[in-house]
Design a protein around this ligand. Structure first.
Ligand code: PLP
Length: 399
């Protein structure tokens, strides 16, 4: 194997997928050897509108011909930033009317944590067991996986965790907390979908004690759950919303969104209280504006119909223990991490990309492009069933 990591790139794992990418179109990634692989994970949530979408590529070309970076964030008026913000806000309720663009999901989280401390003057954060928010020190501090945290401690002070989706534990949120942070639907925990009643009580408790509610929709936002934003499924509105991944339409972009009055507090005491050189870069903002326009015209009924079909067909295979799904956000639970590894590898070798969770080894993720068509869906299901059946046969042959 031509080990690309030996050529000077830093490693994140000893076992990379090592796909040798030539180009990507729609739901397929084309490889250097002439084969193609059906992308059932959308680049882990990024390519939600398919690869190389003509509207996104057109917007990028147009922006590149006008200008790249001209000035650090917040100092210059730039059309693509304004357009991306305007289109994003058109999906959001009135109290979410100011967007702070950054470069990644974890940066959006860090910005949101700073904003919450700045507004409330309080120190503590309540986070959720099973939550994953990224890998900067701030984002890691509120992520719960202990084995991922331990080597990098000490992390941010004042962080506590309660079980996700447990009403009984909400009483632990008190006046000492600047904010409570939760993924609206937990991704890395294996697509954990909370009860509407818990969400409502969570918001009520935050209001009672004056803590801000930060919802992380970096993975579950931008149409992934079958509505524009996951909190649209619940009768609540966060105080701060964090976005990333699909927001940039395939380019690096994150954002935290709050009210104008709250956001203004970052601009004084100290002046320039949160700044970034590249945040809101005009090129990712141009592709984001295009992606948001595509989201506006998504066929939500079709996403639900296809998501339901995935759920039903996968759930019928006896190699599968449980399917958890909301929209096109799916976790497939199997009997062991070994079974998951077998199926991910089998599928990949046969032309289907499914992938692991970081913290949930006995499940794998499916999050296809939201505009996947029926032919691609059926092709993916065939390859998935072949992988499950091969696993079953391998088990039987060992008995
Ligand atoms: C829910 C959630 N929050 C935050 C992040 C961090 O985003 P990024 O990798 O862009 O820093 C991720 C990334 O997977 C995520 O899934």
């Amino acid at each position: 194997m031509d080990d690309f990591l030996m050529r000077g790139l830093a490693q994140t794992t000893l076992y990379p997928l090592n796909l040798q990418v030539s180009h990507a179109r729609g739901s397929y990634i084309h490889l250097e050897d002439g084969s193609k692989i059906l992308d059932f994970i959308s680049g882990v949530g990024v390519s939600a509108f398919g690869h190389h979408h003509p509207e996104i590529i057109g917007a990028l070309h147009e922006q590149i011909d006008k200008h790249l970076h001209v000035m650090v964030y917040g100092e210059a008026q730039q059309h693509s930033q304004d357009l991306a913000a305007k289109r994003l806000l058109s999906f959001l309720p009135d109290n979410l009317n100011a967007v702070y663009f950054v470069n990644s999901g974890a940066e959006a989280i860090d910005g949101a944590l700073k904003l919450a401390r700045r507004i409330t003057g309080r120190k503590n954060f309540m986070a959720m067991e099973g939550g994953y928010h990224g890998n900067t020190f701030g984002a890691l501090s509120i992520s719960s996986n202990q084995s991922r945290r331990a080597p990098f401690e000490p992390l941010l002070e004042g962080v506590q965790f309660i079980p996700f989706n447990s009403e009984r534990d909400l009483s632990a949120i008190d006046e000492s907390f600047a904010a409570v942070i939760a993924e609206t639907v937990q991704g890395d925990a294996g697509v954990r979908i909370p009860q509407a009643s818990w969400m409502k009580k969570l918001q009520e408790r935050c209001h009672e004690v004056g803590a801000l509610l930060i919802l992380d929709e970096i993975q579950c936002g931008m149409g992934r759950t079958g509505k524009p934003f996951a909190f649209d499924h619940y009768d609540i509105i966060p105080d701060i919303l964090c976005l990333g991944k699909a927001l940039g339409g395939g380019m690096p972009l994150g954002a935290f969104v709050s009210s104008k009055s709250r956001m203004r507090s970052l601009a004084h005491e100290p002046d320039l209280g949160h700044i970034t050189t590249f945040g809101g870069h005009p090129v990712p903002c141009a592709s984001s504006a295009a992606a948001l326009n595509i989201m506006k015209h998504l066929d939500w009924d079709n996403i639900e119909r296809r998501g339901d079909r995935l759920e039903q067909v996968i759930g019928q295979n006896n190699a599968v223990i449980e399917v958890r799904r909301i929209g096109f956000f799916i976790a497939v639970e199997m009997e062991s991490a070994e079974a998951v590894h077998f199926c991910v590898e089998h599928a990949r070798k046969n032309g289907l990309l499914i992938f692991y969770f970081l913290s949930t080894p006995q499940a794998f993720r499916i999050a296809p492009p939201l505009n996947l068509n029926d032919i691609e869906l059926d092709h993916g299901l065939t390859l998935l069933n072949e992988a499950f059946d091969a696993w079953r046969r391998a088990q039987l042959s060992q008995q």
